[in-house]
Write a new protein. Structure first.
Length: 229
């Protein structure tokens, strides 16, 4: 999508300077090239839309690499639209869970809960359903960095750069009904810190219990502990 806009802008620039000796033939690529570029962009868009429509729920193991090279593991649950849960292993006292409208970052160690509307976070690119790609400044690319069978979707909110940017990576898998498999994503937050999440052992469209989108609020627990002391 961004490539197409970039091409239009470049073409306009060349046309504007055609009086300086640039011919029309130099200004515009052959018609065949334009059609190939458009075809690739539309193909990528269709694949992502098909994945969003076909994959309603997901369960997978994940590995997260956070800033400072902090490694954590756990189980991810996802259900469209707007629901996701990261259950961390190894006694990590954190939980991330979205209930369809709000994404909650729960810290059981200090008894704190931070809340954000799902629509205002980069996670919308993963757990949204039929969202407007233009509204999140999305850019879809086939074979990023020359890697065949890979597709990437990068999204951000130009009006809220502090929310960061997310790039989601899919593998093209024609044997599957939905044609794509979610591999990983990279989040760059507003301070430039990077977090990488990779998925393994995926179960596509499993039934998921409604209680997964709830959590025990630690704030009351911390208050009770302090009172007892």
């Amino acid at each position: 999508m961004r490539k197409a806009l970039g091409f239009i802008g470049a073409a306009s620039l060349f046309i504007g300077f055609s009086w300086c000796g640039v011919t029309a033939q130099d200004a515009l690529p052959p018609l065949e090239e334009q059609m190939v570029e458009e075809h690739a962009s539309l193909k990528a868009l269709k694949l992502v839309q098909n994945y969003m429509t076909s994959v309603k729920s997901l369960k997978a193991s994940f590995v997260q690499r956070a800033p400072g090279n902090k490694l954590s593991r756990g189980t991810l649950y996802m259900e469209r639209p707007g629901r996701i849960r990261f259950d961390f292993k190894d006694d990590v006292p954190f939980l991330v869970v979205a209930d369809g409208k709000t994404i909650n970052f729960v810290d059981y160690e200090i008894g704190q809960v931070q809340k954000w509307p799902v629509k205002d976070t980069p996670m919308l690119a993963i757990i949204g359903e039929g969202f407007d790609l233009a509204s999140v400044n999305a850019h879809i690319e086939l074979a990023p960095n020359g890697i065949e069978n890979l597709l990437s979707l990068t999204a951000s909110d130009p009006e809220r750069p502090e929310m960061g940017e997310i790039t989601v990576y899919f593998e093209q898998t024609p044997v599957l009904e939905h044609s794509l498999s979610l591999l990983s994503w990279v989040v760059i937050d507003g301070t430039g810190e990077t977090t990488i999440v990779e998925l393994f052992e995926q179960d596509i469209n499993p039934p998921l219990a409604a209680k997964l989108w709830t959590f025990d609020d630690p704030r009351g627990l911390v208050k009770r502990r302090r009172t007892r002391r």
